[in-house]
Design a binder for this molecule. Sequence first.
Ligand SMILES: Cc1cc2nc3c(=O)[nH]c(=O)nc-3n(C[C@H](O)[C@H](O)[C@H](O)COP(=O)(O)OP(=O)(O)OC[C@H]3O[C@@H](n4cnc5c(N)ncnc54)[C@H](O)[C@@H]3O)c2cc1C
Length: 387
Amino acid sequence: MQTVDVLVVGAGLAGLRTARLLARRELNVMVVDRRRSLSAGIRTTGIFVRRTLDDFDLPEHLLGPGVRDVLLYPPSRRAPIRLTSDRDEYRVADMAAVYEHAHRAAESAGARVLLGVRYAGASKGLARFADAEPVTARFIVGADGARSRVARDLGLDVNRRFLVGAEIVHPIAPGTTTPAFHCVLDPRVAPGYLGWVIDDGRHAHVGVAGYPDAMRAGIRHLLDDFAADAPGRAAPAGPVERRGGPIPVGGVLRRLVCPEGLLVGDAAGAVSPLTAGGLDPCLRMSELAASVAAGYLRTGDQRMLSQYDGGALRARFRGRLLLRRVFAGIRSPAMAEAAVRALRGRAGRALAARILFGDGSFPAAGPGRANAGKVGLGDEARREGLV
Ligand SMILES: Cc1cc2nc3c(=O)[nH]c(=O)nc-3n(C[C@H](O)[C@H](O)[C@H](O)COP(=O)(O)OP(=O)(O)OC[C@H]3O[C@@H](n4cnc5c(N)ncnc54)[C@H](O)[C@@H]3O)c2cc1C
């Protein structure tokens, strides 16, 4: 039977990055993912915000053009609020290429990445797979997404509050549209969140997300309805792809680590409860995860694990969790019209700009920093670039 230092379950952004950082620390790392190809079954729009782009060197060729304009619409779709930044605030990545890049980077660092292998459970360090021989692992990293099986097997906290999101993506004819991010606050199509169209001049992503219990018509139906006359929608100039999945919005989980393993990314609830952005947290959190796991495996000192403190990270999200509750409370078109009206004033526009263009990000990576409450980025991430 094979023995590894670390088994990483899930080859999303969180898993691949954590694997890379662990392998660079001379650990024997194996990554498994049930997907046979990382360009299939993509579950994200792939919007990277300015702060992430500033802090991590995502290779230029993986990113679409910058988007500076946001238009916020009420349910009537009339008179949107337009916010314009003087910087590129969003860039939509070619996620298939991002995963491929991260895959290669993890392998160059020495990790073995096995695709088409479904993790089926673990007990006392023995991990089982649906379609491969079991493996003995000193430590397991649960990077297996919002409904993490690893979290359950390790007895760690699990996500309980979700939005569900779905979108269509397609190329658009060059020069036919003006790049912009259109956001529609309309609880009939996106209860508790937004309908969106983001168009960077090359591709358009049209999506909706919301609380599943309030989407009685079914998300696919709501998406098709929304897409039929969504503001800013351009005609497809190529194949249309569908994406979707659950988004944990209950905040970072408290219990993220035990002597048998830890959680990163969506599995850890590391998603902004307000914007539902999870790509930045994947990158920042992986650094802390890798550093704590490597230190623990090197020394055997369980006290090191306390640095991976979900409670401390969670405390940084109090404001966003509060705003999530406000967002969730907008359950009628009349309330949504009133909310957009409130954002038209000077204070409202300042709040919207702070949320949409602000510098806030997931709390820092690096041992001790979560507790110190300082937002920053570890030296390794700065040196190493994104993936
Ligand atoms: C529709 C939608 C749009 C989004 N858009 C954005 C956005 O534009 N910007 C942003 O910042 N965030 C966005 N998010 C959130 C963001 O995509 C996620 O937070 C992020 O991708 C999570 O990455 P991850 O690596 O933790 O998990 P995932 O990318 O979900 O990776 C988990 C991996 O684990 C694998 N896996 C699961 N179970 C097993 C098993 N038993 N065995 C083996 N493998 C397993 C899966 O196949 C998967 O590859 C969006 C989410 C959705 C649903």
